[in-house]
Design a protein around this ligand. Structure first.
Ligand code: ZN
Length: 472
């Protein structure tokens, strides 16, 4: 039904054919339902670019009930008869440029059919209104949204947006964000960037307005709702610093604070290696329910268990390194996740060095020496680990060792020029492994195909370790 053209469009199309007039736009075609990612083919969509999301929601932790409106500013990239957004929840209406559009949702795709074909290079205002409970939904078989004892977490990778706002959900299409979330009085609601307003608007609702003004991938936009001790301050460089600690962290609470409060110091140390911090705010959220840590733009979220043995500034260095590698320079295809995790792991080595706890050469060598050649670890290829192994240890640790092997091959001077040049060249965009290897070769003047083939794409333990010594 939705593919059928109205008589008016058929007439216009006929006129276009008969008179070869520029009104040929009336015969636009549907945008692709995905951008063609190797692991997640339906992520993202074709036919338009999103430039800004304004997400305005109410959330009630007692019922997991989420309702509101997302307004998307976008621009068409083709004559468009129909387009998709990535979204799981029940939608009540969609308007395109203020005109009600037809729509339907299936399998995480919201298909929108505007009343008339949208010509190429046209600015669009898309308004999606919805009302649902996110928790039960699954995408690629997994649960993204987590209901917690006092609220909810919209924090996940590679996908989380479809559980709470409609988007063009791929790192290739970044946008700026305003996130406004109303919660009952006494509940905290955290997101990215700067808290631009917080206001009680009725006896039942307090609205928190967050703004993130640098290009941001949809999956890095987060919500953390619940009972938190929120600390608002200013970092030494003048940026907004907002940290939040779950009320239920118990004995992990002090170590969590002793780690995450050092975020400005971590960013300062990392910026010496990677260049200026690319965003306008900083901080962190520690929650007891997450089960992992994630580098949400300007404000990572950490599970409280990271701090169960005392301070863990390594994970703070890891997530904040992702602000450069992952958030500012994102993967162009999810199969190249090592570009995020390998660099974040290498940043842990650099932080270890700064702390006086071991140099990158020592830490990488220790990792290499301690994983026997017959360990399944060496069978996962960091350069293309497979969807199931996207966050396998090899992506992190063999990725980090790959960078140490690169440092050994090109020398310190070239190595540190490469790791500063990459986030500068690709700032707020995406990059590929091929492009990274090309940059490393250009800066060092060395042929590096063999090194990357061995470390990223060849099963088995490399015979020569990350510092150039043969395995014992
Ligand atoms: Zn990571």
């Amino acid at each position: 039904m939705r593919h059928m053209k109205s008589p008016a469009l058929i007439a216009a199309g006929l006129a276009a054919v008969l008179f070869a007039s520029p009104a040929a736009a009336a015969t636009g075609s549907p945008g692709a339902p995905g951008v063609g990612d190797s692991y997640y083919p339906l992520d993202g969509n074709g036919g338009y670019d999103a430039t800004h999301y304004d997400i305005r929601l109410n959330y009630d932790p007692a019922t997991d009930h989420l309702s509101g409106t997302t307004t998307i500013l976008a621009r068409t990239t083709q004559d468009l008869s129909e387009f998709n957004l990535d979204f799981l929840l029940k939608v009540s209406s969609v308007r395109v440029d203020n005109v009600a559009a037809d729509f339907h949702t299936a399998g995480g795709e919201l298909t929108v059919t505007p009343k008339a074909v949208l010509p190429k290079d046209r600015d669009l205002t898309i308004v999606v209104r919805y009302d649902d409970t996110p928790e039960p939904y699954r995408l690629y078989g997994y649960a993204g949204w987590q209901k917690t004892p006092t609220g909810a977490l919209g924090v996940n990778e590679p996908q989380i947006a479809p559980w709470w706002y409609p988007s063009n959900d791929h790192p290739r299409d970044k946008a700026t964000f305003d996130v406004s979330i109303a919660v009952p009085p006494g509940v905290e609601a955290l997101s990215n960037g700067v808290l631009v307003n917080k206001q009680q608007t009725s006896p039942r609702w307090v609205r928190w307005n967050w703004r993130s003004t640098r290009p941001q991938a949809p999956y890095l936009t987060f919500l953390a709702i619940g009972q938190y001790d929120v600390r608002q301050g200013t970092a030494p460089d003048g940026q907004t610093l907002i940290t939040a600690y779950g009320d239920d962290l118990g004995d992990n609470g002090p170590a969590a604070r002793a780690s995450v409060e050092r975020t400005p110091e971590v960013l300062d140390v990392l910026s010496r290696y990677f260049g200026p911090y690319p965003f306008e705010a900083q901080g962190g959220v520690v929650d007891s329910s997450l089960g992992f840590a994630l580098e949400n733009q300007t404000r990572p979220v950490y599970d409280g268990a990271f701090f169960r043995a005392g301070t863990n500034t390594s994970v703070v260095a890891h997530e904040n390194a992702h602000q450069w590698f992952g958030d500012s320079v994102s993967v162009d295809d999810w199969k190249e996740i090592w570009l995020n995790e390998g660099f974040a792991t290498y940043a842990e080595y650099l932080w270890s060095d700064y702390q006086g706890e071991g140099t990158p050469a020592e830490v990488a060598q220790f990792t290499y020496d301690n994983i026997p050649a017959d360990d399944p670890f060496w069978q996962v290829l960091p350069g293309d680990p497979g969807e199931q192994n996207q966050f396998a240890d090899a992506v992190y640790d063999r990725g980090g060792m790959t960078l140490q092997a690169l440092r050994t091959a090109v020398g310190d001077d070239a190595f540190f020029r490469i790791v500063k040049q990459w986030p500068q060249d690709k700032q707020y965009g995406t990059g590929t492994t091929t492009e990274f290897v090309a940059l490393a070769e250009k800066v060092s003047g060395k042929q590096l195909d063999d090194l990357f083939t061995t470390w990223l794409y060849t099963p088995g333990k490399p015979a020569v370790g990350p510092n150039g010594q043969s395995a014992a």
